[in-house]
Design a protein around this ligand. Structure first.
Ligand code: SF4
Ligand code: SF4
Length: 342
């Protein structure tokens, strides 16, 4: 493990150094909202709550071209189809991922890369990136990472963990790739950061609001929770707008569409949402989730019951609080978890 200090006066040099040979993504303001986006190293903040959207879009964009196809004998480069976006993938460094969001990437990674299936579009981008987390000192009132197995100083899913200290940064490598990456970066000095991090971690965890208890959700039979009457009440309020799924770091549903012209086209992958009626519609016309009640139940059961069952108790929600903040009718996953727990 390598440990370094970046003094406040050296931050710009450090950020510039991150861009050498790599594209830098960091929290920057885009259209009035803080987003993980391509960043100018001169203009990076280390004091923020969290990005509006999660960093999952760096590896799983909202819309993505998967392949082109055509049937045009007059083209100089005749092909039937060819994959797009898999060659010459940018080497990137993501700076400032909050530890909850890094755990979200781990949940998504289990979907896109597992022992049965590998998504090359996710894999090439994921494996071409260095992920630098920035610990949370001041969790927002909607956050609850500690009650779903995380920590504001968590390291899971990261190559390097950074902590704000005296206006600068304390850095600690988490993986071998992170350790290698930190070597020779400008603006860094060797320094022992463990004691600092432990102390700040305890203080941050103590500030985390108490949120959800899932002990009963884990222990109870699926059908016992599935048949509870509260699903109807939640569904009555829900607009099925899908905002909660789009902002969620661990939601990964997508739809594939072909955009065609007379002689060819492009195959696109776009984010989709299980809150949409059309999402679960079968080609036969049968829809296994025909009403809002089934769709609302699916979303919360998936996060809080089905994923933990399949992933050794690891929750499908990492407690970022985005859906709590953004739901237009104030449906709160912490309250739904309490209902499921009773
Ligand atoms: S954001 Fe709220 S209203 Fe919209 S689909 Fe999600 S729970 Fe329903
Ligand atoms: S379900 Fe809500 S709180 Fe949990 S990870 Fe998704 S957006 Fe964050």
């Amino acid at each position: 493990m390598a440990e370094y200090i970046v003094k406040e006066s050296a931050l710009k040099d450090f950020f510039k150094s991150l861009t050498e040979g790599r594209k830098l993504l960091a929290p920057v303001e885009v259209d009035g909202k803080l987003q993980m986006a391509e960043a100018d190293p001169e203009n990076i903040s280390i004091n923020y709550t969290n990005t509006h959207m999660s960093p999952k879009s760096a590896f799983f964009p909202q819309t993505e071209r998967l392949m082109a196809f055509h049937n045009d004998a007059e083209k100089s480069d005749p092909f039937v189809y060819k994959p797009l976006g898999l060659d010459n993938v940018d080497q990137t460094v993501l700076f400032g991922i909050r530890p909850c969001d890094a755990r979200g990437l781990v949940v998504d990674n289990l979907v896109f890369q597992n022992n049965r299936f590998t998504d090359p579009y996710w894999k090439t981008k994921y494996e071409s990136s260095i992920k630098i987390g920035l610990a949370c000192h001041n969790p927002c009132p909607q956050c609850f990472c500690t009650s779903v197995g995380g920590s504001p100083f968590g390291e899971e899913g990261l190559d390097v963990l950074a902590v704000v200290k005296d206006g600068g940064l304390a850095l600690k490598s988490v993986t071998a790739e992170g350790e290698e990456f930190l070597k020779g970066l400008k603006g860094t000095e060797s320094g022992d950061t463990s004691a600092t991090m432990d102390e700040l971690k305890k203080a941050a965890e103590a500030k985390m609001p108490a949120a959800i208890d899932q002990t009963q959700v884990e222990a109870r039979e699926i059908m016992d929770i599935y048949n509870q009457p509260h699903w109807q009440e939640t569904a009555d309020r829900c607009l099925n707008c899908g905002v909660c799924t789009f902002v969620c770091p661990t939601c990964h549903c997508f739809d594939i569409q072909d955009e065609t012209s007379a002689k060819g086209g492009v195959r696109m992958r776009n984010w989709d949402t299980c809150m949409s009626w059309l999402y679960s519609m079968h080609g036969t016309g049968h829809n296994p989730r025909p009403t809002k009640t089934e769709r609302v139940r699916q979303r919360f059961m998936h996060k809080l019951k089905y994923i933990p069952m399949k992933q050794n108790g690891n929750c499908g929600c990492i407690g970022c609080g985005r859906c709590v903040t953004m739901c237009p009718v104030n449906i709160d996953i912490r309250e739904v978890a309490r209902q499921m727990n009773q």
